[in-house]
Design a protein. Structure first.
Length: 434
C-alpha cells in the first residue's frame, strides 16, 4: 500500500516588483519580468527555480533535479500557489516526488533535454489536466502520475519504458496513446498493452465503456490493470489468460458480471471493493485465493469455490462485505464448496454460512497427482516430468485440478522437491506395509 504523507511546508515570500534591470535574490539571477517573484531556491546541484505571483514556476539550469524521499521536504509540495511549471532546456530529469502534492498545478512544460520522469514525480497533482511528454523521455518511474485525477489523456513517445502503476487512480483518464514506433507498447482504443498484446497493462479508469472483452491474444492481466474502472459492469476474460495480477479489478464499483476461466490458478486482492458484484464462481483450476480477494464486496452474496483443495487466505479479510456498527467484519452471503473442502473449513472458521456441493469429484489426497486417490511412484514421476517441462518454458502435464495435490511442501511451487517428498512418502508407506 502506498504511504500518503502530509508535509507541512513553510515558504519564504518575497514581495515587491521586479525592476527593469537584473535583480539578484541570493545567488539566482532573474531577468526582468512583468510578474513579481515571490519565492526562489534550488532543486538540484545546478538547478534553480523561481515562483512568480501569477503562479508560474520556472525551473532552469543543467543536469538532474533532486530526488526526494518519503518524509523529506520538497520545494514545491503542498504549495497551492503553483499553477504552471515551466522546465527549461538543460534540465535532464524530473526527480522523484519533485511535484508531489502540488494540488493546483494545471500544466507542465517539459523540454527535449529531459530523458526521465522519476517515480511519483507528479504524485497527487489533482488539477493537472494535460501533459506532453517529449520524444527524449526514455523512462517514466513507478506511480509517476498517481492521483492525477483531472488528467484525461496522455501519449507515450516512441522511446519510453514505463514503470508500475504509472496512471493509478487517474479517475478521468480516458485514453492512453502510444507512438506507433514504440517497441514496447501498443494502444488499442486507448487501452495500453505490451507490443505483442499478450499483456493488458492499463485500462484507463475514465473510459465510458460499460463492458469489455479482453482480446484472445492476451495471456496476462497486469497488476492493478483495471483499478477503479468505475463504468465497467462486465468483463469477458478469454481462456488464453493464465494469470491475473494482484488487485487487477480492485475498486471496479459497478462490476456485476465476471467469469473466471479455467486457465487461472491464483487470485489475490483481485476483486476487492467491487461493491456491485453479487456472485462469483472460482473454478477448480484456482489453487490459491489469497487475502483481500473479495474484501469490501458489499453486495456479494455467493462465492462458489470449485477446488476442494484450494488454499484460502488465512484471514477473514479474504471474503467479507464490510464492517458492522461494532467495527467487526461481516459476510452475509454464502460460501459454497464440497464436503470436507477447504471452503467449508474457511467458512466454519469465521462463522460464515456454508452450503455443500456434495461429495468432491476430485481427489483430496495430497500427493495424488493422477487422481486415483493413491500416492505412489507414478505421482512422483509425473511431478518430476511436469517440473522439467515448465522449467524449459513448455506446458506441464499435470491437470490443473491436481496441481495443489502435486505441491507436496505447500509452498505454491511444483518442483523437484515435491517429487522427492512424494517418493519418500511412498517408500516409507511401502516399508510400513511389508
Amino acid at each position: 500500500m502506498k504511504k500518503l504523507i502530509a508535509l507541512a511546508l513553510s515558504l519564504c515570500i518575497f514581495g515587491g516588483t521586479a525592476p527593469a534591470t537584473v535583480e539578484y535574490i541570493g545567488d539566482i539571477s532573474l531577468a526582468a519580468s512583468a510578474a513579481t517573484v515571490v519565492d526562489s531556491g534550488t532543486c538540484g546541484e545546478n538547478i534553480t527555480w523561481v515562483l512568480d505571483d501569477e503562479g508560474t514556476l520556472t525551473i532552469s539550469g543543467t543536469g538532474d533535479m533532486t530526488d526526494y524521499s518519503y518524509g523529506e521536504e520538497t520545494p514545491f509540495s503542498m504549495n497551492k500557489e503553483i499553477k504552471n511549471a515551466v522546465i527549461e532546456n538543460g534540465v535532464t530529469n524530473i526527480g522523484e516526488r519533485a511535484f508531489s502534492f502540488c494540488y493546483n498545478l494545471e500544466s507542465v512544460t517539459i523540454p527535449s533535454s529531459v530523458t526521465s520522469i522519476k517515480s511519483e514525480a507528479f504524485y497527487f497533482c489533482p488539477s493537472l489536466t494535460s501533459i506532453t511528454i517529449p520524444d527524449s523521455v526514455t523512462s517514466i518511474g513507478d506511480y509517476a502520475f498517481e492521483f492525477c485525477s483531472s488528467l484525461r489523456s496522455i501519449t507515450l513517445p516512441a522511446s519510453v519504458i514505463i514503470g508500475e502503476c504509472v496512471f493509478l487512480d487517474c479517475d478521468q483518464l480516458e485514453t492512453i496513446s502510444v507512438d506507433e514506433n514504440n517497441k514496447a507498447y501498443k494502444s488499442v482504443n486507448g487501452i495500453l498493452f505490451d507490443k505483442n498484446m499478450t499483456e493488458i497493462i492499463c485500462f484507463p479508469a475514465g473510459k465510458i465503456d460499460t463492458s469489455y472483452a479482453i482480446p484472445g491474444s492476451v495471456k496476462s492481466i497486469g497488476y492493478m490493470a483495471f483499478f477503479k474502472c468505475k463504468n465497467l459492469e462486465s468483463v469477458s476474460i478469454p481462456s488464453t489468460v493464465t494469470s491475473i495480477g494482484d488487485g487487477a479489478f480492485s475498486g471496479c464499483e459497478n462490476l456485476r458480471s465476471i467469469s473466471i476461466p479455467e486457465s487461472i490458478t491464483r487470485l489475490k486482492g483481485t476483486f476487492s471493493r467491487c461493491k456491485s458484484l453479487e456472485s462469483v464462481t472460482v473454478p477448480a483450476s484456482v489453487s490459491t485465493v489469497d487475502d483481500w480477494t473479495f474484501a469490501y464486496c458489499e453486495n456479494l452474496r455467493s462465492v462458489i469455490i470449485m477446488n476442494p483443495n484450494c488454499s484460502i487466505g488465512n484471514s477473514n479479510t479474504t471474503v467479507f462485505n464490510g464492517y458492522d456498527e461494532n467495527n467487526k467484519i461481516y459476510f452475509n452471503g454464502i460460501i459454497y464448496g464440497y464436503e470436507g473442502s477447504t471452503a467449508q473449513a474457511y467458512a466454519e472458521k469465521y462463522g460464515y454460512t456454508f452450503r455443500s456441493l456434495g461429495e468432491s469429484p476430485i481427489s483430496n489426497v495430497l500427493g495424488d497427482v493422477d487422481g486415483n486417490e493413491i500416492v505412489d511412484g507414478r505421482d512422483a514421476s509425473l511431478v518430476l516430468t511436469h517440473y522439467a517441462l515448465i522449467s524449459t518454458q513448455q506446458a506441464g502435464i499435470i491437470e490443473e485440478l491436481y496441481l495443489s495435490n502435486a505441491d507436496w511442501d505447500q509452498n505454491g511451487i511444483v518442483d523437484g522437491r515435491d517429487a522427492s517428498g512424494i517418493l519418500t512418502y511412498y517408500a516409507e508407506q511401502s516399508v510400513n506395509k511389508s
